[in-house]
Structures are given as structure tokens and as C-alpha cells.
Write a protein that binds this ligand. Sequence first.
Ligand code: NAD
Length: 499
Amino acid sequence: MSSRANGSSKCATHEIKFTKLFINGQFVNSISRNTFDTIDPATEEVIATVSEGKKEDVDVAVKAAREAFDNGPWPRMSGEARRKIMLKFADLIDENVDDLATLEVIDGGKLFGPVKFFEIPISSETFRYFAGAADKIRGATLKMSSNIQAYTLREPIGVVGHIIPWNSPAYMFATKVAPALASGCTMVVKPSEHTPLTVLFLAHLSKLAGVPDGVINVVNGFGETVGAAISSHMDIDAVTFTGSTEVGRSVMQAAAISNLKPVSLELGGKSPFIVFDDADVDKAVELAVLGNLMNKGEMCVAGSRVFVQEGIHDVFLSKLEAMVKGWATGDPFDPATRHGPQNNKQQYEKVLSCIEHGKKEGATLVTGGRPFGEKGYFIEPALFTNVTDDMTIAKEEIFGPVITVLKFKTVEEVIKRANITKYGLAAGVMTKNIDVANTVSRAIRAGAVWVNCFIAIDRDAPHGGYKMSGFGREQGLEALEHYLQVKTVATPIYNTPWL
Ligand code: NAD
């Protein structure tokens, strides 16, 4: 790898064009000129040296976003004009799909095929979806009780801070930036320190699309510095955060003790995937595997507690074991690979330690659970049975390729057990019985319930948590609510002197 004067660098497989901070439409060094390395988790090699922002860089980025909001064209232009720029942005994402997918692979260990053919296309479609909303944001006419007429305006909230995690950087960027742009907000984005590269490339594309300078700013860096500076900033009007429950709490605290900015929190999960005796077993096995091993298990909505009714438990388990054993681990660029490396070293070590913990607590490790290969953060997908609700592997989010199977007898029992969790992000229900499906869907305390399917996430479907999985919704038109505020404008209908 060699560094270049313009901030680009070249790793063995790909030229990394953007490694600096993106502020006011320019790629710039951080004020301190500090840098940090970003690592390919498949090879453990440094792929780029990235500018490291600090609080003072956040201040500069916020100033640019503030100026763009208070005096710039973006909040003032018509929804139609914003829509056209957002559609152009979406087209540029599609045109650059190979570069973006490659960055997602080398920076985050994701599989090239699914990213190229699924995650990047749904990211561009997210921009198109919210582009379609940009010219349809409108208020209401109010029927007041006195001789006053009134209407509401839905106005952009201002400068928004977006703090995003490492598991799907491009998609997370799209789910936050697209509705904020449609609403007329300006923003400061903080990518995860583990995966800054795709977000920087997207910032470059936003400029090519015609997003005015200062509207999107990106400050790379660490959570305790850049993330904390965003959540506590007096001149940021709202924060959206996706990440762990623990950090979500500190973001909310910082927002509360600074300027009381509203926050939306998309946090962790420990979702139940419930398979009843009458379910299509092969389909259920396939969904249990996808719902736990896709993206190496680094999914907030992973159905990591697989509850299986006793009548089909044994046959389900043997089919599940066969499928997990056949889940090919290896090079994320190889189309035959189903399972790549964990995103980063800390996560790799955390997952291995959870697996050890599961064994010590008495769960049975049926297969996998060991490091794989000579280099890289690869772990063989792990399958545990004889898991009980009180075990740590059934309670805490692992965020890795670990499936736990729990046996149950009745509908009432499984509802109770599925809800024994501090989380409430999602749930899956596999049954042909519509009454059971309806009963369980209504009883589960989670933001999404998928019946005879799993991870049915879509740009038109609101996504978010109950309980300690957070609050606020991303996706769907509901997502616009984070970025808009309502103003009531009232005038007398007749000349009424007492008003
Ligand atoms: P994390 O909480 O460690 O970090 C998330 C982001 O917050 C990163 O950019 C990080 O730098 C920043 N951060 C860290 N400390 C901070 C602080 N004190 N103040 C402000 N920002 C700070 O999470 P992660 O490890 O990057 O991601 C994994 C977690 O994200 C999992 O818990 C997963 O469930 C969750 N997640 C949730 C969803 C969802 O939609 N609900 C989606 C994806 C991931």
C-alpha cells in the first residue's frame, strides 16, 4: 500500500481514492493531521490510512452545515429540485456499484456478490424512494375553534448528526442521509472508525450529483471524540444513531445535557425466530440460517434465538446442522463463499469469547465455533443446542455467526419466553396456522414481526425497536419525522379586534 499526496492510497486490490474528511464540499486533512489505519479483515493488512477527526473538526463541519442550512440553497429550493439531485445521486451510486461494493468488502469483510447485487442497489433505491417524497412534504389546514384560520408547515429541523455503525456502511448512510436530504436538512455524518471508506466515496458522489457544499459533511474518527462531539454539540439540532444499546444510552445522555436535541436510536437486538410444528421445515431451516449467518451474523435483526416446537425439533436440528456445515467460509470475493471474516478484531474476539461462554454454561456446540484459516478474522459458523433462556448466549447480543436453538411446547410458553429480553427489534414466526400467526404477531413486543419470512426489511416499511432496541423509525415515510418539525401559522378570518 502506498500513500499519495491527494489523500488516496493503493491497496493490493483496489485504489482507495478518498481518505480525508469531507467538509464543505472538499476533502481536507484533519486539523491535528492525525490519521488511523483501516484494515482488511480478510487479510489483516492495512488498506488505507485515514484522516482522524476530533472535536475541532466536528466544529468546522457543523459550521459548514449550519451555514448551508441558514443561508444556503438546499432547504430553500423546491422539493422538485431536491428530488432531481437525489435521483442523480442514486444513479451515480448505481454507476459506481463495483467501486462501492469493493470498498464494502475490503473495509468490512462483506461478500462482494450480495453487496453488489443487493445492498448497493437497495441503497440507491432508498435515495429514489425518499427523492419521491421530497416534493410531497406538506402540512394541514386546521379548523380552529374561533374565527382563526390556520395551517401547518412541516419544516426541516436543521443540522442533523448521523452516527453510523460498521456492519452495512453504505446502506446505513442511505437510510439516514436520504430522508434528511429529502426534508431539506444539512448534516454531519460520522462513519464507524472500522469502515470509513464507502461513506467517503458516497460523499464524493453526492458532490458530483449536485448536492451543494456544506449539506453533507463527513468526519471520520472515533466514538469517544467525534461521536461524542456530535451528540453533545450545541449547534446540531437532531441526532440519529445506529449502534449498540450501551453507546445509544450515552448519545441520549449527551443530547439531553447539551441542547436537548431529539435523538432516534436504532440499537441492538436478540430477536426470536419461532418455528411451529406445522411449519415448512425446509423453508424454516433456510430462513434460520440466512437470519443468523447472512453478513456473518453482523445483523441487528438476527433471529439469534431459534425457538423450535418439540414435534419437529429433532428433524429441524439435523437439517439445520447439515446446512450450517455446508455454509462455505472463505474469500469474500469468491462467488462460492457464503461466509466472510468478522468486521474487525474486537468483534472477532468478542464472538469467540461468547462461544466459549456458551460452552462453559452448558450449551451443546453441535458444529463450528472455531477460528478458520491462517489469517483474517474468520470464524466457522457455530450452532448450539440445549440452550436455556438464562444462558448468556440466549440473552446478550453476539452480533456474529452463532445460532442458538431452544425447544418449546406451547404457543403461550413461547410468547412468554420470546418476550423475556430487554430487546425488541424483530421476530420471525413460521406456521401455517393463521390464528397462531396473528396471536403471536400481536403478543411479541418488537418493532417488526415477519410471518413465514425473515428480514423482510424494505424502504417502505418502518424499521425500529421496542424496549432497549431503541425508538424512532427509519425507512418508510415515518423516517421523515426525525427531520421535520411542525409549525402552526394562524391568522384571523375576519377583522376581530380582540385578537
Ligand atoms: P457501536 O455502538 O460501538 O458504534 C456505533 C457508532 O457509534 C460508531 O460510529 C462509533 O464510533 C460511535 N460511538 C462509539 N462511542 C460513542 C460515543 N461515546 N458517543 C457517540 N458515538 C459513539 O456499535 P457498532 O459496534 O459499530 O455496531 C454494532 C451494533 O449496532 C450492534 O449492537 C447492532 O445491533 C447495532 N445495529 C443496530 C441496527 C438497527 O437498525 N437497530 C442496525 C445495525 C447495527
